[in-house]
Design a protein around this ligand. Structure first.
Ligand SMILES: NC(=O)c1ccc[n+]([C@@H]2O[C@H](COP(=O)([O-])OP(=O)(O)OC[C@H]3O[C@@H](n4cnc5c(N)ncnc54)[C@H](OP(=O)(O)O)[C@@H]3O)[C@@H](O)[C@H]2O)c1
Length: 352
């Protein structure tokens, strides 16, 4: 069978680099074009040295204007670009997967509220399926357009989904998610904040309140028919290059013990190829931890219950660039095209 041809738009960035790496080993898709305005003509491996001597690494960057038709376009552009360029990319590929926040929210009003301006292409919002297969697998099957996911939203969503589905949450009480995040979340472009003496060793509360990814968590709760609960989300940059650990504090209607939560988590994630329940009473890695997920598409989820059984702490660890971006995008491609959902995504991460 001929492989699907894929274009990576924004291939010098971190998510673009991860797509090149992942698609290198995909049995049913391969990258045929990769764009950059700043590194045009250079080999992809000059920007992503891990790709030396690989098919994707030996591609040369082309200008976005010079892209030819392909089966799939992955858009890895800064916020606000995909929504102004969507007509063009949809004309150049049958399948478009956009990794930015531009097409994640179904509700125009929610987009304006969270992103501070009206959506530039609101007529496209309904055409995109939210790209989290654990939530929208059925809608993704056969779809032409999928959005990406927010990495902190994904960690929060995967932590919370079992309780929302099981109807266990006390929705009068707040849900509070704090995400600890690595520096690659900010993308490849250097800034004052990413300068090594400033960033190294930081514990920087960069979004102490009102993190935008809360919009995707509210959307998830609504999609599952859950009642709206007051939701607070914050993010803290820590000493880590890749990874997100979401710690979500919430309250349940009736006191629960571990057994009920094991059931909710197993019911929710049974058969999911990339979600693992991590809760051990011994060992170093008793709870989800991003360190061992570097480069992998796994999301590790876990939980703990307070002594009175009313307060539950949920945990989810992911690699922001993989399950939080490029890996989820490839997982979506697999579902959209009926491939094995694990194709290209078998890498387990590293230990130590
Ligand atoms: N980093 C993460 O953890 C993460 C996780 C989930 C989602 N996302 C989202 O995914 C998207 C990409 O993130 P990233 O971290 O990969 O960003 P990045 O490292 O900053 O890369 C952005 C890429 O876009 C290209 N580009 C910039 N402006 C462009 C334009 N107007 N037209 C065409 N190409 C343009 C850049 O290359 P040239 O300037 O050379 O063309 C570069 O290759 C963002 O919207 C981000 O919010 C990121």
């Amino acid at each position: 069978m001929t492989k699907l041809s894929c274009t990576i738009v924004g291939g010098t960035g971190y998510t673009g680099g991860e797509l090149l790496r992942i698609l290198n080993t995909h049995p049913d898709a391969c990258v045929t074009q990769v764009t950059s305005r700043s590194r045009m003509g250079e080999y992809a491996h000059t920007v992503h040295p891990n790709l030396r001597s690989t098919p994707a690494g030996n591609l040369q960057f082309v200008r976005p204007d010079d892209v030819a038709r392909s089966d799939v376009a992955f858009l890895c552009l800064p916020h606000g670009e995909a929504s102004t360029q969507i007509e063009r990319w949809a004309g150049l590929a049958d399948t478009v997967i956009d990794l930015s926040a531009d097409f994640r929210l179904r509700d125009h009003a929610a987009y304006s509220r969270w992103y501070g301006s009206a959506h530039p292409a609101p007529q496209w919002l309904d055409k995109f399926v939210y790209g989290l297969p654990e939530l929208t697998r059925q809608q993704l099957k056969g779809a032409r357009y999928a959005s990406g996911v927010g990495c902190n939203a994904t960690a929060t969503n995967l932590a919370l989904m079992p309780l929302v589905k099981a109807g266990l949450l006390d929705t009068r009480m707040p849900i509070i998610s704090d995400a600890k995040v690595g520096s690659s979340e900010a993308g490849a472009e250097a800034t004052d904040a990413s300068h090594h003496p400033e960033r190294s060793g930081a514990v920087r509360s960069y979004a102490p309140a009102g993190h935008r990814h809360a919009a995707e968590v509210e959307q998830m709760i609504g999609m599952l028919g859950g009642a709206a609960a007051p939701l607070h989300m914050s993010a803290t940059s820590i000493e880590m290059v890749r990874g997100v650990l979401a710690t979500v504090h919430c309250f349940v209607k009736e006191p629960v013990q571990d057994k009920a939560l094991w059931k909710a988590f197993r019911d929710c994630y049974q058969g999911e190829p990339f979600v693992r329940i991590v809760k051990s009473s011994t060992g170093i890695y008793r709870a989800p931890e991003p360190k061992i997920l570097s480069g992998s598409n796994y999301a590790d989820v876990g939980f703990a219950v307070s002594n009175d059984g009313r307060k539950v702490t949920l945990l989810c660890a992911i690699d922001n660039l993989v399950k939080g971006a490029a890996g989820s995008a490839v997982q979506c491609l697999n579902v959209m095209h009926g491939f094995d959902e694990r194709a290209g995504l078998e890498f387990t991460g590293l230990h130590p």
